[in-house]
Design a binder for this molecule. Structure first.
Ligand code: SF4
Ligand code: FE
Length: 478
């Protein structure tokens, strides 16, 4: 297993083409815009070396028989599913942001099950090829970007009905030695600082969509791959100093790319689905459920930090004794722990698949994420309510450091005299960072938009059984 530094060194050996602000990023490890995201992902490596966290951060691989980083592990028990959630909460408490490596973990677990099921029906050898690649991932402790979300074009049309065929990733050529794919994956969390991507379909596929039923592994710097690194709220503050970023070391949410695949060649031993349209829906459902499970882990760990910042600000403002403040802090905690409960529940209700691995309860995993789309907004709203309007009107850190305005700010931004103005501003900036803009949009749309969860909840709700329950009690014959 690599440590944080070794992970950074390993990234330096790759040569991905990444653009930001019209220019190529030479080194994701050193570029000011990507560096904090790399630091955050590096925590998934660093903490695996810490004896205090090894139980959560590592697991016994069923493929190699040795300890591997949990972010490369195929869940072998309900306890593994539970530990995944606890691990995420713990890392999120330390980074205050997204550490990105979960998407690949979830894509790998979904692919493990799907390739088994496809092989069972068609006698293909995807599962064998996939486990061979997975073993390589585990042995080299790689970070994998889960590459599901296509750009999708006109939402009224299916993949093969789009006016531009590239709006969903598809196979353009099948060759003796492999396939050639074309398209683009959007909102690719952690892609810029991953070693490889695991591509999978993004939606249910119908007859005619066969070319779009593709899963495969591609290095981030493969020929034909171009990444465009996305913007985040207040990202330019990083170029002007640390104070105003709020969390200079680890940034704000994941760091996403638009990843364009322009006639990328993939050898057959890295192709894990090729045309089996009827498995796309189940594949997507499984990936989504695994990923939605996480939001009661990472977002709760982030909420722990945000609630702490809010409680501190209340003290720094001299308002912490007011009963309504206490009540709001209780409400924030209640909302966060509710998400945690759902994550634990969907893990404890997990089941063993025929493939041998464990899969979360789909209904409950979707409840986690639907709660997140509301609870994180309410937690943030309460944080803003308690903190006060100054989080939105604070001066620039250059003014704080200026010999002319600095002393004024240091005098007039003191609240409770037990705390300095500088500490109050630092906590306010952290709170601002974690409770607005990109962070909230991520809580809404990361791992899928709320409507996607509602559809799954209806599908999994067993409404007929509920109707029968009512009919039985009321002596109604259906
Ligand atoms: Fe992981 Fe997604 Fe949470 Fe980021 S937002 S820490 S990728 S589950
Ligand atoms: Fe995400």
């Amino acid at each position: 297993m690599m440590n944080g530094q070794q992970y950074k060194e390993s990234l330096k050996k790759l040569k991905p083409i990444i653009y930001y602000m019209g220019e190529k990023i030479d080194s994701v490890v050193d570029h000011p815009m990507t560096k904090p995201h790399v630091n955050s992902a590096a925590m998934t490596y660093e903490l695996a070396q810490d004896p205090l966290y090894q139980n959560l951060m590592t697991a016994d691989s069923h493929l190699t028989g040795t300890k591997v980083n949990r972010f490369t592990h195929v869940h072998q028990s309900k306890e593994d599913l539970v530990n995944k959630v606890k691990m995420m909460r713990m890392i999120a408490q330390k980074t205050g942001t997204c550490f990105q490596r979960c998407v690949g973990l979830d894509a790998m677990n979904a692919t493990f099950i799907t390739t088994y099921n496809v092989d069972k029906k068609y006698g293909t050898d995807y599962h064998k090829k996939f486990t061979a690649w997975l073993k390589y991932v585990q042995e080299n402790d790689l970070m994998i970007a889960g590459a599901m979300t296509d750009v999708k074009g006109n939402r009224n049309k299916k993949p093969s009905g789009q006016s531009d065929p590239d709006l969903f990733t598809h196979i353009v050529e099948k060759r003796e030695d492999g396939i050639v794919i074309k398209g683009a994956k959007a909102h690719m969390t952690g892609m810029a600082n991953s070693h490889e991507m695991l591509i999978l379909p993004t939606t249910n596929l119908l007859e005619g969509d066969e070319a779009y039923a593709v899963a495969c592994a591609v290095p981030v710097d493969a020929k034909g791959v171009t990444h465009v690194f996305g913007r985040q709220t207040n990202d330019q503050r990083r170029l002007q100093g640390d104070l105003d970023t709020g969390n200079a070391e680890y940034a704000i949410v994941g760091g996403e790319t638009l990843t364009v695949l322009d006639n990328v060649f993939v050898p057959w031993d890295r192709v894990f689905m090729c045309g089996e349209i009827e498995f796309a829906q189940d594949y997507v459902t499984r990936f989504a459920a695994y990923h939605r499970q996480n939001y009661g882990g990472c977002k709760v760990g982030n909420s722990d930090v945000l609630i702490g910042a809010t409680s501190l600000i209340a003290k720094m403002n001299g308002a912490n004794k007011a009963s309504h403040i206490k009540d709001k802090l209780i409400e924030m905690t209640h909302l966060a722990e509710t998400m945690y409960c759902c994550s634990l529940a969907c893990s404890y209700e997990g089941v063993k698949e025929e493939a041998g691995s464990y899969y979360v309860n789909t209904l409950l995993a979707n409840e986690v994420k639907l709660n997140c789309t509301k609870n994180m907004y309410e937690i943030s709203r309460l944080a803003h309510d308690i903190a006060g309007g100054f989080i939105a009107t604070l001066p620039h850190e250059w003014d704080f450091n200026s010999p002319v305005t600095g002393p004024l700010i240091k005098k007039y931004f003191v609240g409770n005299e037990e705390y300095s103005a500088e500490d109050r501003i630092k906590i306010a900036r952290l709170l601002e960072n974690m409770s607005g803009g990109t962070a909230l949009a991520e809580s809404m749309h990361g791992a899928g938009s709320p409507q996607a969860m509602r559809i799954m909840i209806l599908r999994e709700s067993n409404m007929e059984q509920k109707e029968e329950l009512a009919a039985n009690l009321a002596h109604v014959k259906l």
